[in-house]
Design a protein around this ligand. Structure first.
Ligand SMILES: [Zn+2]
Length: 135
């Protein structure tokens, strides 16, 4: 795994303090600033005012979408912020995190932590080099 540039949990939380910041982080990482419709691939999207039911609406196919759709994030109901924390913990712990540790740190069930860990290992999510504003 790549060594993240963030050096501490403190730094992580000062860069990504909440769910909104986590969403923006994932959006920047996945889309590079331009939302792409998960249904038709169009970049002609409008941001919804109150972000309900989802942050974006495609002007071409008129469907709503979010950064979670079409990724492993979409399969879970877990907060994006917790996903990021899990990624952070897994990539910064040298010996690797057990799902029991992860469950304790995130306040989720051991089963949920186990699923998270598997998903993160299998996906693009373990690349934290571009953490919050760093390229
Ligand atoms: Zn569309």
């Amino acid at each position: 795994m790549n060594k993240p540039e963030t050096s501490s949990l403190y730094e992580f939380f000062s860069q990504i303090p909440d769910e909104e910041a986590a969403r923006l982080y994932f959006e920047a990482k996945r889309w590079g600033g331009t939302p792409v419709c998960a249904h038709c691939g169009s970049t002609n999207a409008a941001e919804c005012k109150d972000h309900r039911p989802m942050p974006y609406r495609c002007r071409d196919c008129r469907k709503h979408f979010s950064v979670r759709m079409g990724t492993v994030l979409g399969e879970s109901k877990l907060d994006l912020h917790k996903w990021l924390m899990a990624i952070y913990l897994m990539t910064t712990t040298r010996e690797g995190m057990t799902s029991a540790q992860l469950a304790r740190e995130l306040g989720v069930s051991r089963k949920a932590a186990n699923t998270l860990a598997t998903r993160i290992r299998e996906s693009w999510l373990d690349d934290t080099r571009s953490f919050a504003g760093k390229k």
